[in-house]
Design a protein around this ligand. Structure first.
Ligand SMILES: [Zn+2]
Length: 1015
């Protein structure tokens, strides 16, 4: 039984006490486990020899019981998945969940008390009957049973009778210099475990093929695997393994399990985890690789199903090469075998364990190689160098990503980014400009995506503090970038010497970031403050610029400006006819030519040089490469020519690109429109962005269109502002058919947007401020209007219960040549809350609205708070897209509605020039696209007879139908207050004419050109 006991506090020794001397516990495991493939359970017995090498005696030992992470959606795993928008586990049934139970701990043969962590069911602690003294040891035993969860959720699981048995047994947490490290199991966030010897015996039906950590001790089973290897080779020869199926899954049928069981025994020393994978359908291929230093031989195994068999036929070559290069650069692989298993797990990617790795569906040979190399590489950065992955994930994922990228660059010289997109044709790659980007640049773009927007996070952070995007972009990609930078700066041989020393000193141990720093600084003899203090611990950016030349006393100096936040070494290359003549590294730590902190003069010889470039080889994480080069001749030495490109592309260091794409549009008055969109928006975000969208309307025979230009400012992260955007947009279309043609509007709107920085980057709360000024002229009656608006918006974007509060202020005036000056001041508050109740994200949403005029000297009902949302005519600030703005019944275009203001759906003419308050409820039924809605509201109406205001209470109820979810919605009013009903009877609005539709074009608006600010 699993019972949560009350809080039992355990003193953790202060880290300062422990920081003095390095020590490491030894934990040896012996496990006998039996698989039941009918009930998907494991029954096991475990013996743990715990040797206390610390200088302290211990009365408690923390344990991880990670299968309990799958016990409920309120576990740390469940909460993290939900926070990341993954609802599979939250809505999963009991059948697909998992847990560990039947524990009965004994220490040295005597029953011992075991308690669960007060908030994590997957952490517990064993209370020793007598403390284990410094240098002493205890023998801990327990039986346990694991219910294996569905593999769709995380790393432990089964898909039918295919088993991925990982993080599956009770295991002591690490006790090191810094104290105990108990941690709940997480998806985003890996592990930290003690080294020791594993001796694991697995019993299962005889026809399973198993890939596992450790050396297999059963000769009979080795013969069986060797036979399968031969069989697989025959099948390849006869071309029987040609499958590369990506969608259908014919081989999900499993052969029946043998009645007879077999017991396989695996042993390994100097490892800190044990995983195994079992499937009756596995093909087997075997190979061997000679290690570069010791010349020992390592056996490699590939175990795979039919699913991507044709790709896996080459897997051993990837395994062999990975082992060879990682050994060459870091130190020889110390074990005898490496196994890669085709995991058939739902998600792609892979997961590493000592000696064995599981690989998800990969889709292409290139992808399979990259994932295999990465996961095998973890044998070094995780397996042998057993760092604390949860607290310092960059030490394993980052250093490993650096190495796997180096592998691809070494093995496939000149490899470009297209390797990442196996299956994408070379022509397509070329048309988007991806073919001439080097393979490594994936790290740079991944980093820049958030670094440019001030949304990046430091490399040195705990795994659970990252947003999902930054976990990849910073931990994997930025780390790979900065270590490539270090390698370029130190040179390959010094760098390799440093990393090999790190490996030799820390293998089979628990290195901390400071240990790597000490070692690299010592071995390289360089000051690495810029790397460890700035690039790893902060989000400071690198941006060096060449600003010109200076001539002095017959000498020429290159003017360099450090526009970034980091003082780091950088390289300068001298080119002639685009060929690099030589490259120099400028070492900031000893830079002699500095004018001040941010400006440097570097003496150069311009003979036989026509261009100079900073970081020619793209080794540095430069935030802005457009200022990195200069020509020695010509008028605009640092400017780049403009290039035109179709549709999309990524930013290039050398080119100023203007993109173009044809666009089409339609409205009632301009008719079908054809235009050309011109823009410089690219990936990643730029400071200055603009777009121009001229159209020709075949209905109006006029040129119409819209455009936008804005500039982003990004204060350094310590500020509370993530991004300031200053810009302006312009639009002009026809909005009405009049006697002798069309009436046309023009809108010019400068704006300022402020995006506030989140204190906790994983928080779902975000707040913004927008200000804009709207100048609008309508030429039909020489109508001019101006309006200033200020909005504050607070949103919560969590997946199941998103919410938003918006406060708006608007002050404006209308002037007509033949009329009086009219002005108004109004304010509103809108709150929306949604509750998604099922896996399809069908939900119930509630919206509350209140609008109020402080002042209203206008005679136009357009300005009023509308009881329903705004129609085209009422959208006086031209914020939204209407296909027939001024159409009237019976034209169905007049039934287009913007869901704002009072939010009623029936096309009532009721509005208020003083105040209005409403509530809108929408219920989406679990039947796709169908729903119900109900609106209630109140507004004052002036009664002439009694000369006073009377409050009117109104309601309506109707049906809702999504033509395209979140894009086109249709509302059918069915039942309403008698006052509304009599209004429609009086106005002769038929049932069909009461139906309204909404079109939300935000989804079709990639550059957020149309600032649809409500209400
Ligand atoms: Zn990894």
């Amino acid at each position: 039984m699993r019972i949560i006991k009350l809080l039992f506090l355990i003193c953790i020794l202060p880290s300062s006490l422990l920081a003095q001397h390095y020590f490491q516990q030894e934990v040896n495991h012996r496990i006998n486990v039996r698989l039941n493939d009918k009930s998907h359970t494991l029954s096991a017995f475990e013996e743990i020899e715990y040797i206390n090498n610390s200088p302290y005696s211990l009365d408690t030992i923390y344990f991880h019981l990670w299968p309990n992470a799958y016990e409920s959606s309120f576990s740390a795993l469940g909460r993290q998945k939900l926070a990341d928008g993954d609802i599979d586990f939250h809505f999963s049934n009991a059948e697909s969940k998992g847990y560990i139970d039947s524990l009965d701990f004994h220490v040295d043969g005597v029953k011992a008390q075991f308690e669960y962590h007060k908030s994590h069911l997957d952490i517990g602690y064993l209370i020793l009957n007598t403390p284990v003294l410094a240098g002493g040891k205890v023998m801990i035993t327990t039986p346990f049973r694991v219910k294996i969860p569905d593999a769709a959720f995380s790393r432990l699981g089964h898909v039918g009778e295919s088993y991925m048995i990982t993080q599956w047994f009770p295991k002591p947490a690490v006790y090191d210099r810094k104290g105990w490290h108990p941690m709940p199991y997480l998806n985003q966030g890996e592990f930290y475990s003690e080294f020791g010897t594993y001796d694991v015996s697995i019993s299962l039906p005889k026809n399973y093929v198993v890939g596992a950590t450790g050396d297999l001790q059963n000769q009979g089973e080795l013969d069986f695997l060797n036979q399968l290897d031969e069989d697989t080779r025959d099948k390849i020869k006869q071309k029987k393994l040609t499958n590369k199926r990506l969608t259908e899954n014919e081989d999900s049928t499993f052969p029946p399990s043998a009645k007879e069981f077999k017991t396989l025994n695996y042993t390994q020393k100097n490892i800190h985890d044990f995983a195994w994978f079992a499937d009756k359908r596995f093909h087997v291929l075997k190979s061997a690789v000679l290690l570069p230093k010791s010349k020992r031989t390592v056996t490699t195994w590939a175990l795979f199903t039919d699913q991507e068999a044709s790709l896996w036929a080459n897997a051993n070559e990837y395994l062999d090469s990975a082992i060879y290069y990682y050994s060459l650069w870091n130190g020889d692989y110390p074990y005898n075998q490496v196994t890669a298993v085709d995991g058939t797990i739902a998600a792609g990617g892979g997961m590493e364990y000592p000696n064995v790795t599981v690989i998800g569906q990969s889709g292409s040979a290139e992808n399979l190689e990259m994932v295999i190399v990465h996961e095998v590489g973890h044998n070094w950065f995780y397996g042998i160098l057993g760092s604390n992955e949860r607290d310092h994930p960059w030490l394993d994922e980052g250093l490993n990503s650096f190495n796997d990228t180096r592998y691809i660059e070494k093995k496939y010289p000149g490899a470009n980014l297209s390797l990442m997109f196996g299956g994408v044709g070379p022509k397509l790659m070329k048309s988007f400009g991806l073919n001439d980007l080097n393979y490594r640049s994936i790290h740079e773009y991944s980093y820049l995506l958030n670094a440019r927007r001030n949304l990046d996070q430091p490399i040195e952070l705990n795994s659970k503090s990252y947003t999902p995007a930054n976990y990849g972009a910073m931990v994997y990609n930025k780390t790979a970038l900065v270590f490539n930078y270090l390698k370029a700066y130190l040179g390959d041989s010094l760098f390799d010497h440093c990393m090999q020393s790190y490996f030799e000193k820390w293998k089979f141990k628990h290195p901390q970031p400071e240990d790597l720093r000490d070692l690299l600084s010592k071995k390289s003899g360089k000051n690495l403050v810029w790397l460890f203090d700035d690039l790893i611990k902060t989000t400071k950016k690198i941006d060096y610029a060449i600003t010109g030349f200076k001539k002095e006393a017959g000498k020429t100096f290159l003017k360099i400006k450090n526009k970034g936040d980091v003082s780091s070494p950088y390289s300068i290359s001298f080119l002639k006819d685009t060929v690099v003549k030589n490259t120099r590294w400028i070492d900031q730590a000893s830079a002699p030519h500095g004018i001040d902190q941010h400006h440097q003069l570097i003496e150069v010889d311009l003979e036989e040089v026509d261009q100079i470039k900073i970081d020619y080889d793209l080794n540095m994480p430069e935030i802005n490469r457009t200022n990195n080069s200069i020509r020695t001749t010509g008028l605009f030495k640092t400017a780049d020519p403009v290039k035109f490109q179709w549709l999309l592309g990524v930013e290039k260091s050398k080119k100023n690109v203007l993109y173009y794409t044809p666009i089409v549009g339609w409205n009632k008055y301009d008719g079908a429109m054809v235009g050309l969109s011109l823009y410089n928006h690219t990936f990643p975000e730029k400071k200055l962005e603009y777009t121009l969208n001229p159209f020709f309307g075949f209905g109006s025979s006029q040129a119409v269109g819209f455009g936008d230009i804005h500039y982003h400012l990004y204060p350094y992260e310590k500020n509370r502002i993530q991004r300031l955007t200053i810009g302006s947009n312009y639009s002009s279309f026809n909005y009405s058919a009049i006697e002798n043609g069309f009436a046309r509007y023009q809108k010019f709107s400068p704006y300022l947007d402020i995006d506030f920085q989140k204190k906790n980057r994983r928080s779902k709360w975000k707040h913004k401020l927008f200000f804009d000024y709207n100048f609008i002229s309508e030429n039909s009656d020489n109508h001019q209007m101006q309006a200033f608006r200020a909005h504050y918006e607070l949103t919560n974007s969590q997946i199941l219960k998103p919410a938003k509060i918006r406060v708006a202020y608007e002050q404006g005036n209308i002037s007509q040549v033949n009329g009086a000056f009219q002005d108004y001041i109004k304010t509103s508050i809108t709150a929306t809350y949604r509750f998604n109740y099922n896996y399809q994200l069908d939900g119930i949403s509630l919206r509350l609205f209140a609008g109020h005029f402080f002042r209203n000297n206008t005679f136009s009902s357009r300005i009023n708070w509308q009881l329903d949302g705004q129609s085209g005519e009422q959208d006086y600030l031209y914020n939204n897209i209407f296909f027939g703005r001024t159409q009237v019944q019976p034209d169905f275009l007049s039934q287009q509605l913007k869901e704002n203001h009072g939010g009623f759906k029936a096309p009532t003419l009721r509005s208020s020039s003083s105040w209005l308050a409403t509530a809108n409820l929408k219920i989406e039924l679990p039947i796709r696209f169908l729903g119900l809605y109900a609106d209630g509201g109140i507004h004052p109406v002036y009664v002439v007879n009694s000369q006073e205001f009377v409050n009117h209470y109104l309601y309506e109820i109707g049906g809702h139908f999504s033509l395209i979810k979140n894009l086109v919605d249709i509302y059918i009013p069915l039942l309403m207050h008698e006052d509304l009903e009599s209004e429609f009877v009086f106005r002769k609005v038929s049932f069909l004419q009461r139906i309204r539709f909404t079109v939300d074009l935000k989804l079709l608006n990639p550059f957020k050109i149309l600032k649809q600010i409500e209400p």
